[in-house]
Write a protein that binds this ligand. Sequence first.
Ligand SMILES: [Zn+2]
Length: 660
Amino acid sequence: MEMHTATHKSDTERHTRKKVAYVAVLVLVIILISVIVASLVHRKILADSSGGDAPWHRPRLPKSLAPYHYRLELKPNLEDSVFTGTVEISLHCLAPTRYIVLHANLLNITEGSVFLKSLRGEILTLRDWFLYPKNEFLVLESKTSLETGRRYVIGMKFQGKLLEDMRGFYRSFYSANSTHNDRRYLAVSQFAPMDARKAFPCFDEPAMKATFDVTLVHQSEYTALSNMPIRQSEVRSEGWVADHFYTTLRMPTYLLAFVIADFGYKEGVTGIHDIVASPQMRVPAMENWGLVVSHENRMLYAPKLSPVWKKEEVASMIAHELAHMWFGNLVTPEWWGGVWLKEGLATWAAVRGVDAAEPTWRVKERYFVQSLHQILPVDSSSLSHPLQLTVTGPQDVTRGSSLMRMLNTILGTAFRKGILKYLQKYKYSNAGQNDLWACLTEVVQEDGRTDVQVKEVMDTWTLQMGFPVVTVTRDYSNGRVTATQRHFLYDPEVNVPDSLRNYVWQVPLTFMSRESGNTSLGNGDTSRGNGTVSIPGIFWLRKREEDFRLSVDASSRLLANINQTGYYRVNYDVRNWQLLAEDLDTVTFQNIPTQSRAGLIDDAFNLVRSGHLAPEVALNLSRYLTREREYLPWLAAERAFGYLHMMLADTKSSSDLKWL
Ligand SMILES: [Zn+2]
């Protein structure tokens, strides 16, 4: 047994040694192959471990080069799901560099096609070029340094896949009739925010604006669309047609658009604009300059079949995308953190546009209050974030447009003038919120108003998260009012990140009493000199607590935040809540404007939810609803009761919840 084992052992040893030798040879071969392959490939894809402070290691493009013109040709093959292309990019050199860093993602650059030349056409030697996938970069290394003030041209051929991922230049499909075997393909682009680099090598940042000469090559039975009209169509071999488009305006890469489809074409009312309905899309609609692409669900309206609200939805979508032609396309954010500004302005302008086109829909009155009631609850959590940080979703668009409405109320006609100034000053360029605040402040000062420094005001609303609840406490014996502000949170005990402004806002407080009536605000005449605030007017609450005199009769109710134009909630002392409830429960309740009635309901029930107000106060206020015939207050009530219903469901109290 032992001997046998020994023999066996030595057998095993021999076996093992053989195996080791075999593995060693295999490893050697693998290493050798890898070295050879690596030496061939390394210059194409640079390993991440190379370390150092090279320009391609930083996430943002270097500022040494600025593209100013692209010549781009793309030829998608819809059946094989691939595309080929060529690009030539003209560049200004702003600082000496040997490296040309631009974006390319999931593209194959054709070996031997990459070149660098001077504007006059002299070819300059490239030492190397490689892809750096970690930052989605393509890097060209010139033998000699590019010189400041001179212009250069780079170019290359490339190929990519026409995936069905709805990003970059992608393939979409539809069925011409209901049978599945009649699938038709189309090629569509969706470049925002960072997928132009998946369609062609480019400087894919919003501040890298340039003009574009686009050529789309397609089979003759298809139609090609881009941002500009077709300048010339050229017939090529084997049924291919090359459509050359007019040069675009100066614009960022994310607004370029291509569509190749066999759709019919309908001459629209917008004249210079194309709007295409696409069957598959990542976003509801995209504001490409001159070629809006929308998801077909958001676009199609059948007069006898679709519900009425659908018509309003389509109109609002088109108005929003067209408003972007100024807010975003003409003046573009420097970087993605500034997106809320273009979204907020476009939404603000679109609501006005739809309201002007179809006043009977009362969009302006309804949209803002409705969206405020949606967004305030989202922004009442410790998990919210400052608006300026990033746009994370539709809620930031709503926050942005709500702040624009507030600012419009504060500034009156100066708001419109300031926006025009901003568009004029930064057209075909980039700008951020500070640029807009500066233009608005200039206009306000030209008008002789000194109470508003727009930047100081707006920084408190955009650089910290959330919003305040303002508590208005009246002294009925002497007419004095104390206003205090506090970060509104459903859970007041929760920890929130520190804020440089300590969660104190510059709050434009507006008031109306029974005597002051339903007067709209003018340019906001704040008169604090004699210690009495005139009604109507704006009182600026800039500290945590301020106290002032208001000319209101002790028996009259006081209402703050007229029409709920401010992005904040209001609480009152119990007696004023009682006066408000009494006033609502009379035949003249409509003296309080509809938007304010909706605001009172929404504020009261949300203050109950956060523990600021006793439930009976809110319920008492809601009694007047038996008289209410307007949509907005009922919408607020429906939301409030829905929440109560949800919280009380399956509890002992649920049977006590009675509906009138
Ligand atoms: Zn938008």
